[in-house]
Design a protein around this ligand. Structure first.
Ligand code: TRP
Length: 454
């Protein structure tokens, strides 16, 4: 079976060299593999969270679509679409919102960073923060889960969002007793270069240090490359290739032989101006043919629109039947169909066996407990308490919590359970992500069984 690879591009900016090397080029390459079924889309609903500048969003959507197509994306092969053309995505977002624990969203990095910034400025914690920012991870989970993506190529800053998508998918599957959603995995490309920008820091719009990919044509490309900051070494003085943004950028475009030659030229003392000219020419050799396609596409927005409409059709052919099944299981069905059974107790304890707690004292005298599944497997180990009453109180809380209200922080090999923002218990470490997910389902079962008893 093919691996379904899905990723979204937020449409707020104009693509730069760092985007090309770090995301566009590897994604287009991956889409050409025979074992990959690629879904690439423009996350324009996500763009609304960041910007209310309609002209900018409109322009960015067009530029990004033209860039990806010019970079070689084949819309016959890849399902290439706009998020806002898929009404199933916001519908699924709501279904997932209704099972997302607020505590989990409180811990999303982007939201937390905004809260911390407010705190540092002495403002109210939520000042200026929209519910859109807060819900960002749920919308992203819907993007992914609607299409049963196996792998999601993202930057490191997005790993938490993929974990949340897994968590929501699994929570839904668990609640409704069926594998409605494939659980996605983050794909972090270690091989892909992160380009330095003009000032040597990571090339990023937020640092205002980018080199445009197509905007401004080759003149702008050359001028910007000439502005890359270097040290004051004169022509003839050797330059250190391993501490040199020019070299890092060059390597991302060049063959091994070309890279070795450039390294030698730097060691031999090539002047910075000349080195920049070499860099410019190497990049321009790759970019020029793409730029030509880009300009042709930008001049024909109707052609891009047609491609995206077709992409939306392909995408909806997958998402729409899924939503029908979800509506049905949620009870949103025609009144002429048979009523859902209400006589089935949820998560009935298996053959009278129930999960149980076991308290013990640690070597240092502190009080702790474990939670075991009905089958006797260790699910949780509490944090240590100086006071046995506090440990007992936590057991009591866990008994009534239920799976839906549990805030579980997913780590690579285990999970921690949080109450009021504090980790109070953690699972053992498991072999791998799959074993961890199995344990997550067991833990949810156990919490529901405990709550059903109370
Ligand atoms: N949040 C992603 C980013 O800023 C963009 C995005 C939106 C995305 N939905 C997605 C990425 C779904 C992968 C899958 O980079």
């Amino acid at each position: 079976m093919n691996t379904r690879v899905l990723t979204g591009i937020t449409t707020t900016g104009t693509p730069h060299l760092g985007n090309y090397v770090g995301a566009i080029r590897p994604a287009v390459e991956a889409s050409r593999r025979d074992d990959v079924d690629a879904f690439y889309f423009m996350a324009d609903y996500h763009a609304l969270i960041k910007s209310d500048d309609a002209a900018r969003i409109e322009r960015s959507r067009l530029e990004i679509a033209a860039t990806w197509l010019a970079a070689g994306l084949d819309p016959q092969r890849v399902t290439f679409y706009r998020q806002s053309d898929i009404p199933e995505i916001p519908e699924l977002t709501w279904f997932l919102t209704c099972i997302a624990s607020k505590g989990m969203l409180n811990r999303a990095h982007a939201y937390k960073a905004a809260v911390d910034k407010n705190a540092a400025a002495g403002e109210d914690a939520d000042a200026g923060i929209t519910a859109g920012l807060y819900m960002y991870p749920v919308l992203m989970a819907a993007d992914i889960l609607a299409f049963d993506a196996n792998q999601v190529p993202v930057g490191r800053d997005q790993i938490q969002h993929i974990e949340m998508a897994r968590d929501l998918g699994q929570r839904f599957n668990h609640l409704h007793g069926h594998e409605f959603f494939v659980l996605p995995e983050a794909l972090i490309e270690e091989q892909v270069a992160t380009l330095p920008g003009l000032d040597g820091r990571k090339m990023s719009k937020s640092y205002d240090n980018t080199i445009p990919l197509f905007a401004g044509g080759k003149k702008q490309l050359r001028e910007t490359i000439m502005r890359i900051v270097t040290d004051s070494r004169l022509p003839g003085e050797p330059k250190d290739p391993d501490d040199c943004a020019l070299f890092t950028i060059f390597r991302a475009f060049a063959s091994e032989a070309e890279t070795a030659a450039f390294r030698q030229a730097l060691l031999d003392g090539i002047g910075w101006g000349e080195a920049k000219q070499v860099l410019y020419e190497r990049i321009e050799a790759d970019v020029a043919p793409m730029r030509e396609r880009y300009e042709a596409l930008m001049a024909d927005p109707a052609a891009i629109e047609a491609i995206l409409q077709q992409g939306a059709q392909k995408a909806r052919a997958i998402a729409a039947p899924k939503i029908v099944a979800l509506r049905d299981v949620l009870g949103l069905r025609a009144m002429t169909t048979a009523p859902a059974r209400t006589d089935q107790p949820k998560a009935a304890p298996k053959q009278g066996k129930v999960p149980r707690f076991a308290s013990f004292r640690d070597a240092d005298g502190s009080f702790r407990f474990r939670l075991f599944s009905a089958e006797g497997e260790e699910l949780l180990l509490s944090k240590p308490f100086a006071d046995p009453k506090a440990a007992g109180a936590l057991q009591k809380q866990l008994k009534t919590l239920g799976a839906a209200a549990a805030v579980l922080q997913i780590q690579p090999l285990g999970m921690s359970l949080e109450l009021d923002g504090e980790a109070v218990a953690r699972t053992p470490d498991y072999r791998d992500g799959q074993a961890r997910d199995g344990a997550l389902a067991q833990l949810r079962d156990a919490l529901d069984q405990l709550a059903a008893q109370e």
